[in-house]
Design a protein around this ligand. Sequence first.
Ligand SMILES: NC(=O)C1=CN([C@@H]2O[C@H](COP(=O)(O)OP(=O)(O)OC[C@H]3O[C@@H](n4cnc5c(N)ncnc54)[C@H](O)[C@@H]3O)[C@@H](O)[C@H]2O)[C@@H](O)CC1
Ligand SMILES: [K+]
Length: 499
Amino acid sequence: MDEVLTTREMAEADRLAMAGGASGPALMDRAGAAVADAVCRRRPAGARAMVVCGPGNNGGDGFVAARVLAARGYRVELFLLGSRDALKGDAAQAAARWSGAARPLTEAQPAAADVVVDALFGAGLARDLDGEALAAVERINASGTPVVAVDVPSGLDGDTGRVRGAAVRASETVTFFRLKPGHLLYPGRRLCGPVRVADIGIPESVLEAIRPQTRRNGPSVFGDAFRAPDEEGHKYGRGHALVVSGGVEATGAPRLAARCALRIGAGLVTVASPSDALAVHAAALTAVMVRRADTPADLAALLADRRRNAVALGPALGVGAETRERVATALRSGAHVVLDADALTSFEGEADALAGLVGERPERGVVVTPHTGEFARLCRGRADIGEAESKLAAARAAAAALGVVVVLKGPDTVVAAPDGRAAINANGTPWLGTAGSGDSLTGMTAGLLAQSVPAYEAACAAVWLHAEAGARIGPGLIAEDLSEALPAVLREYFAGQGA
Ligand SMILES: NC(=O)C1=CN([C@@H]2O[C@H](COP(=O)(O)OP(=O)(O)OC[C@H]3O[C@@H](n4cnc5c(N)ncnc54)[C@H](O)[C@@H]3O)[C@@H](O)[C@H]2O)[C@@H](O)CC1
Ligand SMILES: [K+]
């Protein structure tokens, strides 16, 4: 159920279902009935339900919902954008079975209703809202009346999560068969409210032909790649992560990362520290080791030991030529690499230079974990990425251009692989937006790479486990808590695998 379908893929699912014998009106009937069910859970029979319908099949779903609700004893009023005669196909059939009136949308007064069904536009939204539709959406939002949105809140672009002119603020959304990107990407996610995915009779087998490339992030994405350690295994079998530290005033971030790398299961973790910070690290660390590394050559020497098979650079490392050199050293070693923060900003406007370094050794995994600002700096000058239609598209374009796995962080973190796979994360908490949270994620990613989890799955697992840990802590979360919350999260995760 974690596949996420674009508007085009959803239309294909619909087409394949019909080619396989499903009828359009039957699909619409189930869709409309699922919407009516949502209304019934929210308001008792006898309540005043206002259904606003648009000129396409989203409106058709609204006509079905109106009919079902009226039959269940609701006082239903239906308002239509455009004329009833102009409806086509399945929507026209659904309208023909609605025996009530279809009044002009301009007359809709949502404040007078107990619940609004928003069936103006769904997947067919083709331009920004204006005129009557815009005014209706504004009245709905101003009314304070609860809204059940059909498929997506009208005005929300289902592929990008963006608002086209204006969009309904829904109390909940009922969508069909699978989620769409706009349900998971902000601001769409906020406008949808809780999203229910209704089964309308499209067979699962259509997915084999569609092969969706986007998923909601979760164990279904990475569960096969990240499994509990082998019973007979030992620490050397679980890899060795190296975290590169900045100077004496910048030791906290690498320590947070190192601790998370160890907690997530790396067999060994070492902090590579410049001389001035060695004593600080040595005093603060116990299970994590410390080694001296003052220059890029020192780092190269540490990485010459191939058992150190994953390296994390960036947190509090400083921006500039020396960091670039360290990044180049790491990328030229045989280790898997995670680049974050200053390691990325040191390539500001020079994504191509970074891609060149990555391309020298395409066989090993590289993950970059920028937040929006770092991403914009790194990709400056790349119009193909900067002007992408959504966060999802931007992460995908950057992953393809750089040849790395991109973790574009935020409340709707997107993980994208160069081959087009992408996952949108949805289990976080705003409390994760705190100092050191990103450093912890970097460390988790490095810890998973050290365990030989492939880069895309490692990034997806790190993002999900990090968010899961954060969501359990919630209010008052500080970055130090994340590594401490991991054992319980991992225990449950492995239990879910039957491990
Ligand atoms: N598997 C499927 O694809 C199913 C689709 N169903 C419903 O069908 C919907 C998609 O139907 P459609 O493709 O007909 O598209 P919509 O009903 O979302 O909208 C298309 C209509 O709106 C008009 N329009 C688009 N943007 C406008 C704007 N900004 N201002 C004014 N008019 C605008 C178009 O000219 C067209 O008439 C889905 O969202 C879903 O609700 C369901 O019936 C169930 C099955
Ligand atoms: K809608």
